[in-house]
Design a protein around this ligand. Structure first.
Ligand SMILES: Cc1cc2nc3c(=O)[nH]c(=O)nc-3n(C[C@H](O)[C@H](O)[C@H](O)COP(=O)(O)O)c2cc1C
Length: 283
């Protein structure tokens, strides 16, 4: 059966052509094709309609989020809904460039939580002897996976989202506003609401760079990144160049120039110290 215009197969192809610059043939009767089309069309949303999200739907999305896999079934992810506008405003005040946080009907913070397992150990009279980087990472990954499940569930329900790691720019404020005890730390915020604009599919590096078979392989990396810079520029050129005073105006300003400029200055260098204060040695 040929693909009908705007069929799921067409939507997958259109999105992935922009995303990766290549063709991804998909059979019209491919199992799960609607869900694949939705995932392929993912986009972060930074403009929201004022419509509230029904509280029952919100709880359902949280339940879907926390249905995500979890390392050793330890269940080390929590979601904090910042419902109090005053509290939210005190956090937002540190992120003036991100107007979408104030506009979003819902603002959530996904946290890693190593506190519960420690408390359970105490109640059960057992020592906690996993004080090392891996147990921090497990909680952080659990929170990230739960956030991704929330994003996927929300998109299936017609909502849009935008993760916000910039909350970690104001880590002390966020931590004290949320009254995070030792063992609990924020991984990222998440804006949630009904999209006011369609947004756009954001191009990614080609699979030649990020998909490997049997062994890690960097063959052609530089050429592939140059080509990606050009493809991305043709689709969505950067509106402005970062850190002009330090780096000047580039004739061609692509993704790799932007990311190199971004990481030429320290970002959240105090986060490790905060995590240690939260009771993680990161050994
Ligand atoms: C962990 C994480 C943190 C992010 N933090 C921010 C943020 O602070 N502000 C923002 O506007 N977008 C943030 N984003 C969204 C990314 O900028 C976005 O995913 C990326 O540009 C690719 O666009 P897409 O999601 O539309 O494909 C974050 C995404 C992730 C996964």
């Amino acid at each position: 059966m040929p693909n009908t215009p705007n069929s799921p197969a067409d939507r997958i192809n259109a999105a992935l052509r922009i995303r990766f610059g290549g063709d991804f043939p998909v059979a019209p009767d491919q199992a799960g094709i609607d869900e694949l089309a939705r995932i392929a069309n993912h986009r972060s949303v930074r403009r929201y309609r004022p419509d509230a999200v029904d509280p029952a739907l919100f709880r359902l999305l949280c339940a879907c989020a926390l249905s995500a896999p979890t390392k050793s079934d330890l269940q080390q992810a929590d979601i904090i809904h910042v419902a109090d506008p005053v509290r939210r405003q005190r956090i937002i005040a540190h992120l003036p460039d991100m107007g979408w946080i104030a506009e979003a009907p819902l603002f959530l913070i996904f946290c890693g939580n190593n506190r519960r397992i420690r408390r359970i150990g105490e109640w059960r009279g057992k020592p906690f002897v996993n004080e090392h980087l891996d147990h921090f990472m497990n909680a952080a990954v659990d929170a990230g996976i739960a956030m991704m499940n929330f994003i996927s569930a929300a998109e299936a329900a017609g909502l849009g989202t935008c993760p916000i790691s910039a909350i970690r720019n104001a880590i002390d404020t966020v931590s004290s506003e949320l009254e995070l005890p030792e063992g609990v730390f924020p991984v990222a915020g998440l804006c949630v609401g009904y999209p006011a604009t369609a947004g756009h599919v954001s191009p990614r590096l080609p699979l030649e760079v990020t998909l490997h078979t049997d062994r890690y392989d960097e063959t052609g990396l530089r050429e592939n990144i140059d080509a990606y810079d050009r493809r991305r520029h043709a689709n969505h050129p950067y509106g402005k160049q970062r850190r002009l005073a330090r780096f000047g105006t580039a004739d061609f300003y692509g993704w790799s120039e932007d990311k190199a400029r971004q990481y030429a200055e320290p970002e959240r260098a105090d986060f490790g110290e905060y995590i240690r204060r939260q009771g993680f040695s990161l050994k």
